[in-house]
Design a binder for this molecule. Structure first.
Ligand code: ARG
Length: 461
């Protein structure tokens, strides 16, 4: 078998080396990026007369054919095609003859692969941003619809104070807006062309890295050839942004799992986003929410795996870096599916408002309102906390309902007891950013304009 690098070798590669070494099974999905990179490189070689205009045209035509063959599934991969770069170059050489043999002039697979992965990541980040934006928009719509309906707010998963459902949904929405911001920020550091760095040191040929960077639509070219071929920070950052996004989705997932349980009954999931049990006929399971929770582990694993691969690597390229692609592809694929399914689930979930509100209407949830009633009449908060805490203790000990104890308390009375009425505590919260209806209406307006400002180009187009 003859490889692209066989010149120096007397014998062929062992079967075991080949199987370990070959990245074609997973890197062929970058074929469009690889061909785009080759087009730019060939035009670059033409612009400095390392290729004649005819040679450029012949190679570009061969690249078009290769792209059609791979896209159409007719491309015949050879055993010597160890990765997508060698496969494309081999076929171009078959199609373009002597001109094809000049394709790799001044280039290494080291700058080539870094270019391909960056191009692939740019597109992938844009697609993920679009899906995150869609999910955040769904949250905004559901928040809008929820109007002034409320549910218990929790700390320690113990009922704390009632909150508007809109407020709760928007809390997840703001986290997604930060994710959009991080996606856009990470994108800036992906958007740098490594092409022209060569194997590690640049070239003796008059190549122009600026020109190829511009042709490929990159915002900048590399500053240092060693860094250009060794840097996988952009993959690690992408995996981090996806991990944190995954953590956010896992928190939504966990709440929906709990809310869908018989004990809570806060939501009813649409059949299209639930599964049944193979044994228990009555079951309806929240698998989308569970997988949104579970996938976070895999995303974090991909991040930590890549960081471990990168740790201690000497400059410049090392084959270890070939391990960048599978976690990257896996995290992007995982995130795409998770976002789509979670969006569908959120879009179709029925909120059982009466159950949520009945649960939130426990008089104990208004304990802080009673304490603040006393504060407004001049009592130090620590004292009012103790007074109300004592009444709660008495009520729990069976000495009367909290309502009756409040009515008969000399410093509380009927006016304070009115605070225990359903819906009063949540309407009583007036501070900006808090859960009162006026503050939440204002928050929703601010959220929608932040969402509009964060819209990826593909959404505004
Ligand atoms: N398949 C390789 C990778 O993904 C391409 C770069 C190979 N470079 C080399 N010097 N062998 O990293």
């Amino acid at each position: 078998m003859s490889t692209l690098w066989h010149g120096r070798f007397a014998g062929g590669p062992s079967e075991a080396l080949q199987q370990l070494n070959d990245s074609l099974p997973f890197d062929q999905r970058m074929f469009r990026e690889d061909i785009a990179g080759s087009r730019a490189h060939v035009r670059g070689l033409g612009s400095v007369d390392l290729l004649t205009a005819d040679e450029v045209a012949t190679i570009l035509a061969a690249l078009d054919t290769v792209e059609d063959e791979i896209a159409g599934g007719t491309f015949a991969f050879a055993p010597s095609d160890e990765d997508i770069h060698t496969a494309v170059e081999r076929r171009v050489t078959e199609l373009a003859g002597p001109a094809g043999a000049k394709l790799h002039t001044g280039r290494s697979r080291n700058d080539q692969v870094a270019t391909d992965v960056r191009l692939w990541t740019l597109t992938a980040l844009d697609e993920v941003a679009e899906l995150v934006h869609r999910l955040a928009s769904t949250l905004a719509r559901r928040a809008d619809e929820a109007d002034e309906r409320y549910l218990p707010g929790y700390t320690h998963l113990q009922q704390a104070q009632p909150v508007l459902l809109a407020h709760h949904l928007l809390a997840h929405g703001w986290a997604l807006l930060r994710d959009l911001d991080r996606l856009a920020d990470a994108r800036k550091r992906v958007d740098v062309s490594p092409l022209g760095a060569g194997a590690l040191a640049g070239s003796s040929l008059p190549l122009d890295p600026n020109m190829v960077a511009e042709q490929l639509g990159f915002s900048a070219r590399f500053e240092n050839s060693l860094d250009a071929v060794s840097d996988r920070d952009f993959v690690a950052e992408t995996l981090f942004v996806l991990s944190l996004l995954g953590v956010h989705l896992s928190r939504i997932g966990e709440e929906f799992v709990v809310w869908a349980s018989g004990e809570f009954g806060f939501i009813t999931l649409d059949d299209a986003f639930s599964t049944g049990s193979s044994m228990l006929p009555q079951k309806k399971n929240p698998d989308v929410a569970e997988l949104a929770r579970g996938k976070a582990g895999r995303l974090i694993g991909n991040l930590t795996g890549l960081l471990a691969t990168m740790k201690n690597l000497p400059l410049a390229y090392n084959k270890d870096l070939q391990e960048d692609k599978e976690p990257l592809f896996d995290s992007i694929d995982t995130m795409r599916l998770t976002l789509l399914a979670l969006d569908g689930m959120l879009d179709t979930t029925v909120f059982n408002h009466d159950i949520m509100e009945a649960s939130a209407d426990s008089p104990y949830a208004a304990a802080i309102d009673l304490a603040e009633f006393l504060v407004a009449r001049g009592m130090p908060f620590r004292d009012s906390h103790a007074v109300v805490g004592g009444l709660v203790r008495d009520a729990l000990a069976g000495q009367g309902s909290l309502h009756d104890l409040v009515v008969s308390h000399p410093e509380l009375g009927a006016e304070a007891a009115a605070l225990l009425e359903p819906g009063v505590p949540v309407r009583n919260r007036t501070t900006p950013g808090g859960t009162g209806p006026v503050a939440v209406a204002e928050q929703l307006t601010r959220f929608k304009s932040a969402l509009a400002a964060a819209a990826p180009a593909s959404v505004t187009a």
